[in-house]
Design a protein around this ligand. Structure first.
Ligand SMILES: Cc1cc2nc3c(=O)[nH]c(=O)nc-3n(C[C@H](O)[C@H](O)[C@H](O)COP(=O)(O)OP(=O)(O)OC[C@H]3O[C@@H](n4cnc5c(N)ncnc54)[C@H](O)[C@@H]3O)c2cc1C
Length: 397
């Protein structure tokens, strides 16, 4: 662009020199022409990806809270399975790791499919997080009479801590993934992806946003994502940008559109829908599976997340601690940014800055050192983004 502009001004200068002599005779007689208006400023380089995005103001004084939660992780993946115990039908639906919101509708569907005829059937659902609430609602949509038993309800569940990004990661260890689990996982992810599209809008706190993944090397394509990946069809508007094609503080950036869910709005709406549809809610803590099996309902869905470790002696369940710092909402920010383990989600209730993954750490106390590291890292990233945008604007002038 610079070269084009330079040659244009040289051409104009040449034209002016050629005509000067011819006009000199008339100069005396004619009044001087008004000075030509300066050329309009060059528009920003819109062709560079990200040039129109608003960088986040990462100022520690804008922090509104720092929270922690425990992802219910199983190396071999979540459990959706039916068993008969002491004359009862027990359907498990737990252990969704870092993607319980993402997989919620799909796993609710898989769980409900395990009891083909639920219309008119009294069912107990244990757990008031995203998995219990989605399972309850899915059963109601098939005509079941649901009673939800739970120790905690929104806003006090782990599901309320989630960032709310729709993307099925941190769900299993690749070397532990069986063909049976893979089939369930893909079915659940695809079902959820379609189901969430019905819930777009402010009532549910669900919307589409572009997600940007930064990397220093060319983005890698794996089993899950990228061209040829099993869930590539869910990466809407997918494109990779190389050096010189974007304004982000990294050599490469991968972009695709994903669904962003505001858990505080979403879970409140979901709970209300369950209740409006006639679901009863009983606040109760169970000490063991024997208490659960004494419930009056014949069909029981276990959606207790990390609680299943003690209740059903599942020693594979491991907590993965995550800590998030939330900044005052910044409505002009309308994209996700993921850079290694750092991520930013622009929710309505605040800008979410994460993230940490501490496998085996079940201590919910916030860690100030982690907070400082996350905030400093994110601040440096967004300051660099702002500088890159300024540099490009200046170069275009
Ligand atoms: C920091 C962080 C970020 C995350 N980000 C995302 C994200 O961006 N996207 C995403 O999809 N997922 C994310 N997750 C993962 C997601 O939060 C979990 O996978 C999800 O919350 C699991 O849902 P759940 O209903 O199984 O568990 P929970 O929300 O923990 O609900 C379990 C329910 O069971 C009840 N219960 C347990 N034991 C008992 C008992 N003994 N008696 C009675 N009731 C009991 C509890 O009271 C609770 O109501 C994140 C998690 C964390 C911690």
């Amino acid at each position: 662009m610079m070269n084009r502009r330079r040659s244009l001004s040289l051409a104009l200068a040449g034209l002016a020199a050629g005509t000067t002599a011819a006009c000199r005779r008339e100069e005396v007689a004619k009044a001087p022409e008004p000075a030509p208006a300066p050329p309009p400023p060059s528009p920003p380089r819109k062709d560079l990806e990200g040039s129109a995005l608003t960088p986040v103001s990462v100022d520690p004084s804008l922090e509104i809270r720092t929270i922690t939660g425990l992802r219910p992780f199983r190396p071999s993946g979540f459990v959706v399975r039916r068993e008969e115990r002491e004359g009862k039908t027990l359907v498990h639906n737990y252990g969704h790791g870092g993607a319980g919101i993402t997989l919620s509708w799909g796993c609710a569907n898989l769980a409900a499919n395990l009891v083909p005829l639920v219309s008119g059937l009294p069912c107990a659902v244990i757990g008031g997080g995203v998995i219990g609430l989605s399972t309850a609602r899915m059963l109601q949509l098939r005509g079941a009479k649901v009673t939800l038993y739970t120790d905690l309800l929104p806003p006090d569940t782990t599901s309320n801590i989630a960032g709310g990004h729709w993307w099925p990661v941190s769900v299993f260890d690749s070397n532990k993934r069986t063909p049976e689990f893979t089939a369930q996982f893909l079915d659940a992810a695809r079902f959820s992806f379609r189901y969430f599209q019905r819930l777009m809008g402010p009532r549910w706190g669900v919307r589409w946003v572009p997600s940007y993944y930064l990397s220093e090397g060319p983005p890698e394509n794996g089993w899950l994502a990228g061209p040829g990946g099993v869930l590539h069809e869910t990466q809407i508007g997918f494109r990779d940008f190389g050096p010189g094609e974007h304004i982000f503080p990294a050599a490469y950036v991968r972009r695709f559109h994903t669904i962003l869910i505001d858990p505080s709005i979403y879970l409140e709406t979901l709970l209300r829908d369950v209740q409006v549809a006639g679901g009863a809610v009983e606040i109760r803590r169970f000490a063991g599976a024997d208490e659960i099996l004494k419930l009056p309902q014949q069909t029981i869905f276990n959606c207790t997340g990390l609680g299943a470790r003690e209740l059903f002696a599942d020693s594979e369940l491991t907590p993965i601690k995550g800590q998030l710092s939330i900044l005052l909402p910044q409505p002009a920010v309308n994209y996700n940014l993921i850079n290694g383990s750092y991520y930013m989600f622009p929710r309505a209730d605040g800008v979410v800055l994460g993230g940490t993954f501490e496998k085996g750490n079940g201590d919910l106390a916030p860690d100030d050192a982690v907070k400082s590291r996350v905030i400093a890292g994110q601040r440096a990233m967004f300051e660099q983004m702002r500088e890159n945008q300024k540099g490009i604007l200046a170069a275009a002038r």
